[in-house]
Design a protein. Structure first.
Length: 509
């Protein structure tokens, strides 16, 4: 922290300072603005304006809508049983969730956008991730705001832009908080713009909405234990919010939970693209397998793992699928799969939505780029990707034999997806573990107050969204975006409701 005594000059000031312009930051800024017509709000984003929006902008835009407080509580309690959410937090969260739909509709209306049930890019009305925990009663439906992609983000961005009292500052990173070293009360922040440090006075409060640490491999290794993992979302999510909160005296939680709740997904990553592509979720043909370090298969590849956010049930426990434990991995496929399936998902991820990388529908461009290896025989393909030819050929033969029998003894793949890898040329693409959302951060309460090591709120400090998310372990689709709204609203409303510290003589600095 920077102590008030170290501040020689305030370069700017506001009532409520919101850091990070994703959904949580947008919701916090809107709420601070609307809850007090006298409140000035400054919204900082470290990325340039064209790259704002965080993970929110490139997510699947799926929103969980619930109509039953008790069923939702019971479902979430069961999912978080291995690391329980405090009951008082769960209770208020469930009530706010059940009241959330009209708020989302209002944001869509204000932006002139259409609110719909479903997600606009899949036929499903709702994904019920864990029926055994009570998903069917807890989840009324999923919803989104059009267009696809980015509809929810675009609507909230438009809501922010309509409000003149919300000033926005891009290319501006939060680097520290100005705090009383004894009471921890927060008076403002230190930010960096074009390498120049500036002190910003926040007369009522500071809200951190700086997202996760998906794009910080060191933190993935130290805090989560993954040796390799790459973001599917914003490259701006490098975890400094967590470091700043540590320095501010916050207690931390949820740094290590199953798959960071959002799961560890199969992705592809190439030079010149710091973030990962997400592998296709909907297949037209199934003449492909995944192999791990020993060139053998390791999972039922065509099971819809996305429905449980890449968690599988082992001995009664929902744990991460083994992808991150069996590296290096390759997807091996034949010419039929190459011709009939674009290998990546285009409706979400930074590369496709923001960078607008247009992966070719028949993957020919990516073969020409050298991202996909190709050979006339499996043995030759193995040599090209540095694998043992005999081992890879044996795996493909075992799989093709299973296809002939319509019975996958090894992993129980569905018979309809047992299509042989038979049409040359054969192809291979490396798979990397890819992260949707991290979720770790400061422990907070349902009012989005950041808690210190004694579980007391740090005065005037708030946190919202996936930074310090309340979710831990199994996770229901659509919960992160709605949590960003609920926690962002609470943070904005509570910060705006505080008195101006600079008018209190004892605190003047
Ligand atoms: C591919 C993908 C699909 C997903 N699908 C869904 C879905 O369908 N439904 C769902 O509920 N959730 C989904 N999620 C998760 C969801 O998108 C996130 O949990 C949510 O968007 C987090 O919102 P946020 O505002 O907390 O963070 P973000 O939206 O990530 O925003 C954080 C912002 O903070 C900025 N920032 C970082 N550091 C600083 C700093 N020091 N100073 C200033 N600014 C900073 C970043 O640049 C970024 O703009 C998905 C995520 C991904 C990646």
């Amino acid at each position: 922290m920077a102590s008030p005594g170290s501040v020689r000059e305030w370069h700017d000031e506001t009532d409520v300072l919101v850091c990070g312009f994703g959904l949580a930051g947008a919701a916090a800024a809107i709420e601070a603005h609307d809850s007090d017509p006298g409140a000035g709000v400054l919204l900082l984003e470290k990325m340039p304006e064209c790259h704002a929006g965080g993970n929110t902008r490139v997510s699947g835009q799926s929103l969980l809508i619930s109509k039953d407080v008790e069923a939702l509580k019971s479902y979430q309690r069961a999912m978080s049983a291995t690391n329980p959410v405090p009951e008082d937090m769960l209770d208020v969260w469930a009530r706010r969730m059940v009241e959330l739909e009209p708020y989302i509709e209002a944001r869509a209306r204000e932006a002139g956008a259409r609110y719909i049930h479903g997600v606009g890019w899949s036929e499903r009305a709702a994904v019920l991730e864990y029926p055994e925990f009570g998903a069917a009663s807890a989840v009324a439906h999923t919803a989104t705001i059009l267009p696809v992609p980015s509809g929810v983000w675009l609507a909230f961005k438009a809501n922010v832009e309509k409000r003149e009292r919300i000033r926005r500052s891009f290319d501006t990173a939060l680097v520290d908080l100005v705090q009383d070293p004894d009471t921890l009360e927060v008076f403002g922040a230190v930010v960096s713009r074009n390498g120049i440090r500036r002190n910003i006075k926040a007369r009522r409060g500071v809200v951190l909405c700086t997202g996760g640490f998906e794009n910080n491999l060191g933190m993935q290794r130290d805090y989560f234990g993954l040796s390799e993992a790459y973001p599917l979302g914003s490259p701006g999510n490098t975890g400094e919010g967590i470091k700043i909160l540590q320095k501010a005296g916050a207690d931390l939680w949820h740094l290590r939970n199953q798959g960071q709740s959002g799961g560890i997904w199969p992705g592809f990553r190439f030079p010149g693209h710091p973030t990962a592509f997400l592998r296709q979720l909907f297949w037209q043909s199934f003449s492909w397998v995944d192999v791990g370090a020993d060139s053998r298969r390791f999972i039922d590849e065509t099971h819809e793992w996305q429905i449980t956010h890449y968690k599988q049930k082992v001995q009664g426990q929902w744990i991460d699928t083994p992808h991150h434990r069996v590296m290096p991995m390759h997807m091996i496929f034949d010419e039929t799969t190459r011709r009939h399936n674009c290998l990546v998902t285009k409706v979400m991820t930074w590369n496709t939505v923001v960078e607008k990388y247009d992966w070719s529908d028949d993957n020919a461009t990516e073969i020409a780029s050298g991202w996909i290896a190709r050979a006339d025989t499996i043995e030759e393909l193995a040599r090209r990707i540095g694998r043992d030819p005999a081992a890879l050929a044996a795996t493909v033969k075992r799989y093709n034999d299973a296809c002939a029998r319509k019975m996958d003894d090894e992993f129980g793949r569905a018979p309809a997806t047992l299509q042989p890898i038979a049409a040359p040329p054969f192809h291979a693409i490396e798979i990397v573990p890819a992260i949707v959302c991290t979720g770790g951060g400061a422990r907070r309460n349902i009012e989005s107050e950041v808690l210190d090591h004694s579980l007391r709120p740090i005065p005037r400090l708030y946190e919202a969204g996936e930074l310090g998310s309340m979710f831990s372990n199994p996770y229901q689709n659509g919960s992160y975006l709605t949590e960003a709204m609920i926690s962002g609203r609470a943070a904005g409303r509570n910060a705006a409701g505080l008195p101006d510290w600079s008018r209190e003589p004892r605190r003047a600095i």
